[in-house]
Design a protein around this ligand. Structure first.
Ligand code: SF4
Length: 687
């Protein structure tokens, strides 16, 4: 028996610690790490069955140019040459990277540095844009920085949980286990979700609000708090800037009856929510994709943040607004500027920050303005403005909204590079060059979870075939493009040290994100790094990363909600299943995980199904203006009338139907650029 290795789960943003013990060349037993603060000995089904997913089935093990195996030298030279040529002929904004919350922080850092500091464009965006960029934009508007003022310890101290747009029981199961333990000790749980999910089933109160009416709900709650003396005036005076007309605007249309009508919930239920909120000051509001994946996502986030700031339910044990992230390293990507709209170390594109990062990197071609966000990036590919595109560790041909258009764009792009662990992905089929990347269990680095805790992912196995870590692949291309001395990394610890140095460089305490004391960490100490949470309890002193140190209340308005369209009488919502992850390249390898849901189902209210001639278990065609796909019908009383729900996981590789990505509109939130996956006009007919 080999010595156990402590590492971090490959899946969601909870970031659970795992103790992995190798039992053979490609086999491992998995146990929960009892000492990791994120999970304290707990795991969910996906984490528990990670050992079933480390086989080499379907892996990309060698560089490929077209359908031919190539040497690393040849493939990397070609990538560097084609990117250099596009930049020389069309300028730096003619190339782009599309990266992923699956990357480790060190991978993300090097890709961001190459694009923003050396190529000279900010056209690097990430699939985290689809997941939590509205939370980022909301945090920046309210706090002056993308910081999450919450920790998992708050879950153990809260008396009230408000879960908004989150099927926490399925999507963040270990966080949910912690919430349930607290509820068993007397805390209350309110779930705000149009669907009666497994989480909603166990709530003290479920508000099945009309999709998109979140702002009206939270403004009504804020107005109620003001009327009932629940505003923390002392905290506002000390720590929060309140715009002149803020309260007048909150009052408009925020009475109980108007809000109940807008949200389409019984006034008695709404009143119960208001009273529960009033009675339980230690409130944690957790929000996820139901809030973020909306064309009003940022306003919805700020409606929640306004409530916590105005009532002073922030920076105290058990009181916080808490954005729970979907991917294992969405947060680490945010820390190193993995979004097209940010620079490294939580800086933006204001001239002072551009100068700081440029000086630190000794960057010859520093990007001075934000780049293309995901939807715009693929639109630019389709319009021929992007001549060379590199996609790392993600499958946009499935996961982007209006994925059919994305496929057309990829097919027309002059040069597409895909680095991935899987040989045959829907996106990889459009690649001119495929580069074999190391997978979970093979790579070494750090990830950051939803509560800002940085943990090590450690290698369990030798690199198979010719696979390489993503940071190595990017630095090799950077070197071959002419910047060898700036990308001379041999170990992920070197990258982490540089990242830590940048986080404190000319910071002077202006940003909460800083990793003091780690810029000289040795390789051995990096290897042994224990999980730690950056920023500590920074919010306890009520100071934020704005010029005056105060947070901001942000006026937000509920927009009119469109009614059903004649040709598209239904509304389509999308989401996850409990035991699958993204496009199932890993969870699809586990027979036990597959048993939970074996095929993609469209959930329909029984009365809608009866009216439309749809039988339970029959095949139906779900169509939207963007595309159509087949799904098996599942009748569900948990659906609101007129609304459908489909899962995101199935692809061309795994099923003949269930192509959810073909269906959503590519409309985005104007602040964050995050697509609104949850509210697509649709129709459903028997197939
Ligand atoms: Fe992994 Fe998330 Fe499950 Fe924890 S809750 S074991 S991080 S999938």
């Amino acid at each position: 028996m080999e010595a156990p290795i402590r590492t971090t789960c490959a899946y969601c943003g909870v970031g659970c610690g795992i103790v992995a013990t190798r039992t053979g060349a490609r086999s491992v037993t998995i146990a929960a790490d009892p000492d990791h603060p994120a999970n304290l000995g707990r795991l969910c089904s996906k984490g528990t069955h990670l050992g079933e997913t480390v086989r080499l089935d379907g892996r990309l093990l060698h560089p490929m140019i077209g359908k031919r195996r190539a040497s690393w030298d040849k493939a990397l030279d070609l990538v560097a040459r084609r990117f250099r040529r596009a930049i020389a002929e069309h300028g730096p904004d003619s190339v782009a990277f599309y990266v992923s919350g699956q990357l480790l922080t060190e991978d993300y850092y090097v890709a961001n540095k190459l694009m923003k500091g050396f190529i000279g464009s900010a056209n690097i965006d990430t699939n985290s844009r689809l997941c939590m960029s509205s939370a980022v934009a909301g945090h920046m508007r309210a706090f002056g920085e993308d910081v999450v003022p919450a920790s998992y310890d708050d879950l153990d101290a809260a008396d009230l949980f408000v879960l908004v747009g989150s099927n926490t029981a399925w999507c963040h199961p270990v966080v949910y286990q912690r919430i349930r333990a607290r509820c068993a000790a007397g805390a209350k749980m309110v779930v705000i979700d149009p669907r009666r999910t497994e989480t909603a089933e166990e709530a003290d109160l479920h508000l099945a609000i009309r999709p998109g009416s979140d702002v009206a709900l939270f403004k009504a709650l804020l107005a109620y708090c003001r009327e009932n003396g629940l505003i923390d005036e002392a905290y506002l005076a000390r720590s929060v800037h309140v715009p002149d007309d803020f309260w007048a605007e909150v009052g408009e249309g925020s009475d109980l009856w108007s809000a109940a009508r807008t949200c389409d919930v019984p006034p008695t239920d709404l009143r119960r929510f208001l009273e529960l909120f009033a009675a339980h000051p230690r409130t944690v509001t957790l929000f996820s994709q139901g809030v973020n994946q909306s064309v009003r996502g940022t306003d919805q986030v700020n409606a929640i943040l306004n409530l916590h700031l105005a009532t002073g339910r922030i920076g105290k044990p058990g009181a916080a607004p808490f954005s729970i992230t979907g991917q294992p390293n969405a947060m680490g990507g945010r820390e190193v500027g993995g979004l097209a709209s940010t620079l490294a170390s939580h800086m933006g594109f204001e001239p002072e920050s551009v100068a700081t990062v440029s000086q630190f990197w000794a960057a010859p071609n520093m990007a001075c303005k934000p780049g293309l966000k995901a939807v715009d990036l693929f639109r630019a590919v389709g319009e021929g403005r992007i001549k060379a595109l590199w996609i790392m560790a993600t499958n946009p041909a499935v996961s982007m909204p209006d994925a059919g258009e994305v496929r057309a764009a990829l097919a027309a792009c002059p040069f597409v590079v895909v680095s991935d662990v899987i040989a045959d992905t829907d996106t990889g089929r459009f690649a001119h060059v495929r580069l074999p990347a190391a997978a979970w269990g093979e790579k070494d680095g750090t990830v950051t979870n939803s509560e800002r805790r940085i943990s090590r992912q450690r290698a369990l196995f030798a690199l198979p075939g010719e696979t390489k870590p993503d940071w190595w692949i990017v630095k090799e291309v950077g070197s071959r493009m002419g910047w060898r001395t700036h990308f001379a990394y041999d170990h992920p610890a070197e990258i982490f040290r540089e990242h830590a140095r940048l986080s404190t460089y000319r910071n002077h305490g202006r940003r909460l994100f800083a990793l003091p004391g780690l810029s000289a960490i040795g390789n051995q100490a990096y290897d042994a790094l224990e999980p730690f949470r950056w920023g500590g309890d920074a919010f306890a002193d009520g100071r934020f990363s704005t010029a005056d140190g105060k947070a901001r209340l942000v006026p937000v308005a509920q927009r009119a909600l469109p009614g059903p369209l004649a040709a598209w009488p239904m509304t389509l919502n999308t989401g996850r299943y409990r035991d699958h992850w993204h496009t199932m390249t890993r969870t699809g390898l586990s027979a036990r995980l597959a048993r939970h849901r074996e095929e993609p189902l469209v959930e329909v209210h029984p009365e809608d199904a009866a009216a439309l001639g749809l039988a339970d278990g029959a095949i139906a065609r779900v169509a939207t203006p963007q595309g159509e796909s087949l799904f098996r019908v599942s009748l569900s009383e948990g659906q609101r009338r007129g609304e459908l729900f489909v899962p995101i996981h199935w692809t061309d590789r795994t099923a003949t139907g269930g192509r959810t990505g073909l269906l959503p509109r590519p409309l985005v939130d104007p602040q964050s650029g995050q697509p609104g996956f949850k509210l697509t006009p649709a129709s459903i007919t028997p197939a």
